[in-house]
Design a protein around this ligand. Sequence first.
Ligand SMILES: Nc1ncnc2c1ncn2[C@@H]1O[C@H](COP(=O)(O)OP(=O)(O)O)[C@@H](O)[C@H]1O
Ligand SMILES: [Mg+2]
Length: 313
Amino acid sequence: MTAMTDSPTDSPIGKPADNPAGKPADNPAGKPAPEGRALSLAIGDRRRGRPEPSLDDPVFHISDLDVWYGDHQAVRDVTMTMGRRQITAMIGPSGCGKSTVIRCLNRMNDLIPGARVTGKVSYHGENLYDAEVDPIEVRRRIGMVFQKPNPFPKSVYDNIAYGPRVNGMKGNLDDLVEEALTSAALWDEVKDKLKSSALALSGGQQQRLCIARAIAVRPEVILMDEPCSALDPIATARIEDLMAELAADFTIVIVTHNMQQAARISDYTAFFTADVDTEGVRHGRLVEYDTTEKIFENPADRRTEDYITGRFG
Ligand SMILES: Nc1ncnc2c1ncn2[C@@H]1O[C@H](COP(=O)(O)OP(=O)(O)O)[C@@H](O)[C@H]1O
Ligand SMILES: [Mg+2]
């Protein structure tokens, strides 16, 4: 496939500034996380130092997307654009189709029997669902991290080296492993146990390992479906810091059930909900998509406002 041959090569656009101490609003223990990185409520907390949100350089354009599982239409009529090196958050109540939509971005729904996608998902202007597009190459360029950390039952080193080996990537594998682990803010913690089993790491470390594994094949986009749901607040804060750093180099799309997380870290937010039709069947739809600031401070749709103020969902 033509438009998928080159990797992002531009220089990083600057590191985010350190987070000042915030309010420990959703820290169950009520204590600030170490180094003052509490999980506060403030909009844009993790965005400090990043450029203004922008869709000037689109990566994905989704139009009239419908997704079916068998004869159940799970998602209806989604249209939205995601920008390069933006963090786009998808929020909304359970079952509204967030996972379904994010899986459309790297053709993971292909792997679900009975799933059918109509409409268009384009990636740098190329239809991801064109017959000649190779879904394996799509998933290399557009990596994914899941809710439950899922390292391979292999060593830390081999988890990272696996993708580059399979992809026949050139260069020194040791360097590649170190680079990926460093990018995922894990190197210092694992450099002395590269040969140990990845399954011996903590949950938060395992999730950063999965991020490192995704990075190791040099994708352009990292999709994350509730990457912090299985983590404690401290591990969550680390992943959030990491996402802010990664957004200097990668385009990130994250599903989160945690609105505060979306508010803290993302540039753009998409709010989904599920409509119930006359037969009582639920169909997910995109209600509102805008900058995170707009969605959380001045949403245009009453349903968005009800959701973010906790009246619904
Ligand atoms: N693999 C699947 N097979 C059949 N139905 C599915 C599958 N995954 C999701 N669904 C259905 O699609 C709808 C949207 O689900 P999902 O995308 O998982 O929502 P969310 O991530 O917002 O909770 C739900 O009705 C769910 O039951
Ligand atoms: Mg989901």
